[in-house]
Each structure stands twice: as C-alpha cells, then as structure tokens.
Design a protein around this ligand. Structure first.
Ligand SMILES: Nc1ncnc2c1ncn2[C@@H]1O[C@H](COP(=O)(O)OP(=O)(O)OP(=O)(O)O)[C@@H](O)[C@H]1O
Ligand SMILES: [Mg+2]
Length: 267
C-alpha cells in the first residue's frame, strides 16, 4: 500500500464530532433515541449493534441525509444545523454506503474524480476549463486522482467501467472516492461485508493507514467483530436505537448488556 496521499493533519482543539441527544423517528419506529457520544481527532470508533439497531440511520444523520427530530451534531465545534449533504462533504465528512453507491456506467477514474470535484466546492466539470483557476484545479485533481488510484491499488483498472468490476474492487473504488474529498471524518458502513478473508485483512491495514498517515478519524459500522475489535480505539454499541455501551473494545466485549444484545437472554 502506498501512503503518498497527501493531507494536512493540523486540527482544531476539542473533539472532532459531538453527537448530543440525537433522536430520529420513522413513524412509530424510533431509529435513534437520545444517542450521545463524541469522537476525537485521529480516532477509529467502531459502531456495532444487531440488525436494525440504528447504525445506518446514525450515518444518515451525520451525512445530513436525514434530519434528526431533536438533538445536535457538532463537527469541529460547529453545529451542522441545516447543512445539506454536499455541505457536510465540504466540511470534511465523507462516507461509503452499505450497498456500495457508485456511478456504475462510468470509469473508476471518473468516479474518483467526482469525489475530488466535490472537494473543489461542487464546481462542475465544464466550469473547470478555460479559466486559469480551472486549469489549476484540473492539474490538482489529476494529481490527487493518481495518488488515490495508487493508494487503493486501482491503477490497473482506472479506465474500466465500475459495473464490470468484482464487488471487492468496487468497494475499493468507493473508499478512494470518499477519500478524494480529503475528509476529516470517514464514515464506513459495513466495509468488510462481502469481502473474502484476504480482502478483509487488506481493509484492516487501510483503515489503520487512513488514520495514521492521513490523520482522518473513522467511524466504522461493522458486523465483522474481529475487525472492529482489532482496529477500533473506541466502540459505541447501539440496540433498538439506544446506546447501550461505549468504551474500549475490551470493555464493550465484556459488558453484560452487549453480550445479552448479541446472544439474547437465553430464554
Ligand atoms: N427510510 C426508512 N423508513 C422507515 N424506517 C426506516 C428507514 N430507515 C431505517 N428505518 C428503520 O429504522 C431502524 C434502524 O434501521 P438502520 O438501517 O439504521 O439499522 P442498522 O443498524 O443499520 O441495521 P443493519 O445492521 O441491518 O444495517 C429499523 O427499524 C429500520 O427498519
Ligand atoms: Mg445498516
């Protein structure tokens, strides 16, 4: 793996992310109930919990796809308030999706480029040509795309349509595209799902490297317990929309409430 992807690691004081008393409902279903936790800079935080616990809903609130009914989300001490999804990306929150969401009819390179353009304030391709600023942006984007393709071992398939790639490779494209916005916080929704053992091991190394080399904090939703417990500094456990435990991997793994949530009460 290649760590040439350049990114500044200087950061503001205080936690990077503060989730306070967040509540989200779908009709009668409380997807999130009074959820609070915070994440520091350069931290890998696992988010675990049984199916339907509210993990993806939490990501949807952080990336502004859903508006919580109450509570607050602060990022670098700023209230995300009414921010739109692309504004969350502009502030430095990037994500991947549980079901992999890419532009299937476009090449790997084009998908990663799109992430870079998001970083450039949403200015569209066509506006990038003709002006001096546009040409400078273009050079910067090309350089960054090359770095990211190398980082995610995608150089050999750079010009292949995403729809033609195996699932594990598409997941790498999604990761590269998320990194393209130079995030401060990366939200990964079940990145190990559907990967084989070798791919999971590679992913494990990448998540660490994204944190260590780029200074990015990572929120990691994962059912693959071995991966979460090995890679996370901190783990938050949700069940039926409620945070039932939080702590180091060791602390949550031995918490009776967590064991009960996963194994049932034996009745
Ligand atoms: N768009 C929606 N409309 C209605 N209900 C929803 C919607 N999204 C989520 N829910 C409900 O909210 C609850 C939490 O769902 P969520 O997808 O956040 O769980 P999850 O922890 O990500 O589960 P999984 O591990 O299966 O991915 C579930 O009861 C789900 O049915
Ligand atoms: Mg989910």
């Amino acid at each position: 793996m290649d760590a040439r992807v350049s990114q500044a690691t200087g950061h503001a004081p205080g936690p990077l992310l503060e989730v306070r008393n967040v509540e989200l409902r779908f009709g009668g279903v409380r997807a999130l109930s009074d959820v609070s936790f915070s994440v520091g800079h350069g931290v890998i935080c696992g988010i675990i919990g049984p199916n339907g616990a509210g993990k993806t809903s939490l990501f949807n609130c952080l990336s502004r796809i859903y508006e919580p009914h109450s509570g607050s989300i602060r990022f670098e001490q700023r209230d995300l308030g009414q921010a739109r999804p692309h504004q969350a990306a502009g502030l430095g929150i990037a994500r991947t999706f549980q079901n992999v969401a890419l532009f299937d009819r476009q090449s790997v390179r084009r998908n990663v480029e799109t992430g870079c353009f998001l970083r450039f304030g949403g200015r569209h391709f066509s506006s990038l040509f003709g002006t001096r600023r546009g040409r400078a942006d273009r050079v910067a984007v090309n350089r960054r795309v090359a770095e990211l393709l190398s980082f995610a071992r995608l150089e050999d398939v750079a010009d292949v349509l995403v729809s033609e790639l195996p699932f594990g490779t598409r997941k790498r494209v999604e990761l590269a595209r998320a990194l393209a916005i130079q995030p401060k916080l990366l939200l990964l929704d079940e990145p190990a799902a559907g990967l084989n053992h070798e791919e999971v091991e590679e992913l494990f190394g990448w998540i660490r490297e994204i944190r260590d080399a780029l200074g990015v904090s990572v929120l990691l939703i994962e059912h693959h317990m071995n991966l979460v417990m090995r890679v996370s500094d901190q783990v938050v456990v949700l069940e039926f929309g409620v945070k039932i435990a939080e702590g180091t991997p060791q602390e949550v793994a031995t918490d009776p409430k967590v064991i009960k949530a996963y194994l049932g009460d034996g009745e």
